[in-house]
Design a protein around this ligand. Structure first.
Ligand SMILES: NC(=O)c1ccc[n+]([C@@H]2O[C@H](COP(=O)([O-])OP(=O)(O)OC[C@H]3O[C@@H](n4cnc5c(N)ncnc54)[C@H](O)[C@@H]3O)[C@@H](O)[C@H]2O)c1
Length: 250
């Protein structure tokens, strides 16, 4: 019987790469995202490569919907042993520029979403006495980034949630780990660059934020997820792992 992994945000970018990697590693992958068409595309790519993937369109900020979809996954795909919270949104604004709605939206998707999926999934993992929850945070959860007030707060909160889950449930066979990427070249970054006055200069500036002089790839994040989720990662718990091409070393 295959191991089941749930991946949120799997319609695009890092979430798609994580879903593809885990499916390639032999997991049955249940994918959650708002974007049903994007989920279909990820699912088709995985099936064409010989893997198993199942799409579940859902708005991850709605508690009842998250609970219902999690139960549906448990029945139709199987009990999840791995949960990877990838879905997230950004906001370019300092505190003075951030409206109540913007603040609530960023915190809801980036922090409440992983709380809801964890709360829905943990009882299933606890019944089995094992499970791994991996939260894709950000370097923005470790350092302050200019004009990213709500985003930094949400990702620092996600690192805190990660540690709390690890402390509460390690003795019950659960691991919870945050991964904090630097800039990763995804659809999200593509949109930011396309809207810049000088996209070429903006791209160079983005790449230069990393000591390595380039952005990371979604596959590099997916590789770290696969390592943490798998047997080689079994001693990693409650950690915030930085994967940033040296961005936060300077
Ligand atoms: N790209 C980067 O440079 C970078 C760096 C560090 C951390 N991250 C984090 O990685 C994660 C993925 O980023 P990405 O660059 O792949 O972004 P992306 O925009 O390409 O993908 C995000 C996905 O999340 C989904 N999503 C958003 N809100 C949702 C909701 N309410 N319910 C369900 N699904 C929802 C979107 O539909 C989309 O498919 C985010 O949490 C982001 O903060 C990204």
């Amino acid at each position: 019987m295959s191991t089941v992994a749930v991946v949120t945000g799997a319609a695009s970018g890092i979430g798609r790469a994580v879903a593809e990697r885990l499916a390639g590693d032999g997991y049955d992958v249940a994918m959650m995202d708002l974007d049903g068409a994007g989920l279909n595309e990820t699912g088709n790519r995985i099936r064409q490569a010989g893997g198993k993937a199942f799409g579940f369109p859902v708005n991850l900020i709605e508690p009842l919907a998250v609970g219902a979809v999690t139960r549906e996954i448990a029945v139709s795909v199987g009990t999840p042993e791995v949960l990877v919270n990838v879905a997230g949104i950004g906001l370019n604004a300092n505190v003075l520029e951030t409206s109540d709605d913007d603040w609530n939206r960023v915190l809801a998707v980036n922090l409440t979403g992983p709380f809801l999926t964890s709360r829905a999934t943990l009882p299933l993992m606890l019944d089995r006495g094992k499970g791994v929850i991996i939260n894709i945070a950000s370097v923005a959860g470790q350092i302050g980034l200019a004009r990213r007030a709500a985003y930094c707060a949400s990702k620092a909160g996600l690192v805190g949630l990660t540690r709390a889950v690890a402390v509460d449930h390690a003795h019950e066979g659960i691991r919870c780990v945050a991964i904090c990427p630097g800039t990763v070249e995804t659809e999200w970054i593509g949109k930011i660059l396309a809207s810049a006055p000088d996209p070429v200069a903006a791209r160079q500036a983005m790449a230069a934020r990393q000591l390595d002089g380039r952005m990371g790839s979604p596959d590099e994040v997916a590789a770290m997820v696969a390592f943490v989720a798998g047997p080689d990662g079994r001693f990693i718990n409650g950690a915030a792992l930085i994967l940033d091409g040296g961005m936060t070393a300077a």
